[in-house]
Design a protein around this ligand. Structure first.
Ligand code: PEP
Ligand code: MG
Length: 759
């Protein structure tokens, strides 16, 4: 291995090139060349696994005959490359031809090579291809070689998965087919539509590719944008002239030169004429320059890369200012896709055109997900692997139940989803007829249903006669939409709205539950492990001034209504409850002194940290009711981040351990004579709701769109059958066994149509 080119440096460069490449085929060609050079070997090849023909195809090589590209195909298990793919393990051979699996492919001229090192490329457990180096003379590739190639393969995997999905890697044997991405299901439902990419302002990496309708117009607005930036920089330079050193001031000169350099604008113009709109062309050109500058071995020039990027962003910001998306621009069935989607952006799309949402970041509890659920818009979050810029205008199928996005769906898939969507619509219409009927089993067991709220739109009047109250009002939602902590009066108005809309039904208001993944823009919390950090009551007890304002606002809002209940989130220790109650009593006292007399509302604790399972007696002495946050209880019991798509398949509230904990909580609360409800997502799942009813929970609180299915399930299953279901389920050992048992029983009861679609 060449000592002058450290491995890490080669790795970094290759990955940067591959990542930044608009044309992955070209990047792969560079990659094999770089690997061959770094490893000082004769051959480096890349075989892509093509799932449609179930074979590995030689995609790129340096060293083998180039005519073999696209011609040589191997089944998994066939030849040495096939063996690497089959075993999903590296294979390092000094004398490859003597291996029993060695197979000779004439087209490659391979017989001349003795040594072989192959590593599989695996993305999310899926084998995507094989990376191979070969050498004419016998050579034992050493540990470092092997480690290098494995690292290369691991890095390449994600990039390759993107490229395959978007068709930016042209397969030699087949046209690019349908691709599937997975994320975290954030709001149920399915949709077929067209992608509109929401580009964050001035982010060169998220500019979508678009074909310009008017080339001359694009060029004119590019020139205008460059002129604006020149002017900005000139003005900034003047403003700072007396305050910064001559050396720093010289930087403004450099910027001006870069902008006036005919080269940059000419290059962008050329790219526009080739068929890119101005922002896309600018992003392409800037990216190319930045990459070039970052690679040169000259500190001064490398630093200029940052300048070019900065200038590029400034120009882009001007271009984007000019391209507002008007309501009429949105396709009939818009699937909004963005890095992060704000509630404000969501509001720009006319509701009847908004079919679905996809965000790269965020989670099932980010506020846009909460809004989406309340509005019934299918949503998937945490799609970290999605290549945003290349998706604009693509046809997609979105599956919010399972957290999937299919790009360029096949006709067959579209037809399948088309009928699933039609079934869902038909079901909603049928279920609507029984929504005013009681939530009661055929044998007369009443199962009170409540709703989770957080937004003004949740206070729909039609809801009121169908529920027993609000089981969870997430106060952090209005806080997230605001630009600063709302004042006591502002909060009191918001809370009054909620309490009045649902009175005389009870409204359970949870104190501010920020932290974890719920950030306030004006109160950022940066932590390495936010879900194990400063969250919920931990934050508000550290900031009694915030909690006091909130408690006072709640008490004020409840004047004369008497339907307020207060819920404490993220409780771990009994003394946290004592502290919160002390503050509540103080708030009551203080208001009393101001002439506002408030009765002490009922207070409850969220059971969501596993520690509370073992402190129920002590908690019961202090509060009036319990509410189980099954979302967090699941994440903490299973040690699975509820928003991490990599481990999303491990997150399941039907895990036997979670169900066992839930059953125990219901039983213990009975013993302690404390009412207990569930307000996590499990309560809104018809099968989950039946289990919880069988366990003996006193009420279930869910998003309003989940009510119809849950009510339908309850009205068709007797309490005894639900109790039996609990016993059968608790005897099972795996989440898969639980899910399939539930599906089996619900199918027997002719209720399978109430469950989300299964594979
Ligand atoms: C829960 O954890 O189950 C819950 C209802 O609260 P949140 O989803 O807001 O954390
Ligand atoms: Mg919670």
């Amino acid at each position: 291995m060449e000592s002058k080119t450290p491995m890490l440096e080669v790795l970094r460069r290759v990955i940067q090139e591959v990542n930044g490449a608009r044309n992955l085929d070209a990047a792969l060609a560079t990659m094999v060349r770089r690997i061959r050079k770094a490893m000082r070997t004769d051959v480096c090849s890349f075989y892509l696994y093509d799932a449609e023909i179930e074979a590995l195809v030689l995609m790129e090589t340096i060293g083998l005959h180039s005519q073999a590209v696209g011609q040589v195909t191997l089944r998994v298990g066939e030849g040495l490359v096939g063996l690497v793919a089959e075993r999903e393990e590296p294979l390092n051979l000094e004398d490859a031809p003597s291996h029993p699996r060695f197979r000779y492919f004439e087209a490659t001229g391979e017989e001349r090579y003795s040594s072989f090192l192959g590593v599989p490329i695996i993305h999310q457990r899926r084998m995507l291809g094989v990376l191979v180096v070969q050498q004419a003379e016998k050579r034992r590739y050493d540990e470092e070689d092997e480690a290098f190639l494995i690292t290369m393969g691991a890095q390449l995997a994600g990039v390759l998965a993107h490229a395959l999905a978007t068709g930016s890697l042209s397969k030699p044997t087949l046209p690019g087919g349908q691709a599937m991405f997975t994320g975290v299901p954030a709001s149920p439902g399915m949709a077929i539509g067209e992608v509109v990419v929401v580009a964050p302002l001035a982010d060169l990496d998220s500019v979508p590719d678009l074909i310009p309708t008017d080339v001359e117009h694009e060029i004119a607005r590019l020139k205008e944008a460059i002129e604006c930036v020149r002017e900005e920089i000139r003005a900034a330079g003047e403003r700072l002239a007396n305050r910064i050193s001559a050396q720093e001031l010289a930087l403004f000169e450099v910027y001006q030169q870069m902008l006036s350099e005919a080269a940059l604008s000419q290059e962008v113009e050329k790219r526009i004429r080739e068929g890119q709109w101005a922002p896309g062309a600018l992003a392409d050109v800037v990216r190319r320059h930045v990459q070039y500058l970052e690679r040169v071995d000259d500190d001064y020039l490398r630093e200029r890369a940052a300048d070019v990027r900065d200038l590029g962003r400034r120009v882009l910001a001007h271009l984007q200012e000019e391209t507002p998306q008007t309501p009429a621009n949105f396709p009939e069935s818009t699937i909004l896709v963005g890095d992060e989607i704000s509630v404000a952006t969501l509001g720009e799309v006319p509701r009847e055109r908004l079919a679905g949402l996809v965000s790269l970041r965020g989670s099932s509890t980010s506020h846009v997900a909460i809004v989406a659920r309340a509005m019934g818009i299918p949503t998937v979050s945490g799609m970290v692997d999605l290549p945003l810029p290349r998706l604009s205008g693509a046809e997609v199928v979105l599956d919010g139940h399972r957290g999937r996005l299919f790009v360029r769906p096949s006709d067959e898939l579209k037809a399948r989803y088309g009928s699933l969507i039609a079934e869902e619509i038909a079901l909603t219409e049928v279920l609507e007829h029984e929504q005013d009927l009681p939530s009661e089993t055929p044998d007369g067991h009443v199962m009170p249903l409540m709703v989770n709220t957080g937004l003004a739109i949740d206070t729909a009047v039609s809801l009121k006669k169908r529920i027993s109250g609000v089981g969870l009002y997430r106060t952090e939602v209005p806080f997230m939409i605001a630009e600063r902590f709302p004042s006591e009066q502002e909060q009191a108005r918001l809370y009054r709205d909620q309490l009045e809309s649902f009175a005389p039904l009870p409204v359970v208001m949870r104190t501010l539950d920020i932290g974890g993944d719920k950030d306030l823009p004006y109160f950022p919390i940066e932590e390495a492990n936010p879900f194990l950090g400063w969250r919920g009551i931990r934050v508000t007890l550290d900031h009694p001034e915030v909690l006091m304002v909130q408690l006072r606002a709640m008490l004020r809002a409840a004047q004369g209504l008497d339907n307020l209940q207060i819920l404490l989130p993220m409780v771990t220790n009994v003394d946290e409850v004592d502290d919160a109650l002390r503050l509540l009593d103080r708030a009551i006292r203080e208001l009393g002194e101001e002439g506002v007399v408030s009765p002490r509302p009922r207070v409850g604790v969220m059971l969501e940290v596993p520690a509370t399972l073992y402190q129920l007696d002590a908690l019961a002495e202090r509060v009036d009711f319990f509410s189980v946050g099954s979302n967090d209880l699941t994440q903490y019991l299973l040690a699975v981040d509820r928003n991490n798509p990599r481990v999303a398949s491990l997150y399941d509230s039907c895990h036997p351990a979670v169900l066992c904990a839930m059953a125990r909580l219901a039983e213990e609360s009975r013993r302690l004579k404390k009412p207990i409800s569930v307000c996590g997502e499990l309560a809104g799942d018809p099968a989950g709701a039946l289990l919880l009813m069988g366990m003996g929970f006193d009420s279930l609180s869910m998003n309003a769109p989940s009510l119809p299915r849950v009510r339908a399930a309850i009205r068709r299953v007797s309490i005894d059958a639900a109790k039996a279901l609990v016993q059968e389920t608790l005897a099972l050992n795996t989440p898969v066994a639980v899910r399939s048992h539930l599906f089996g029983r619900l199918s027997e009861w002719q209720l399978a149509h109430l469950l989300p679609p299964r594979d």
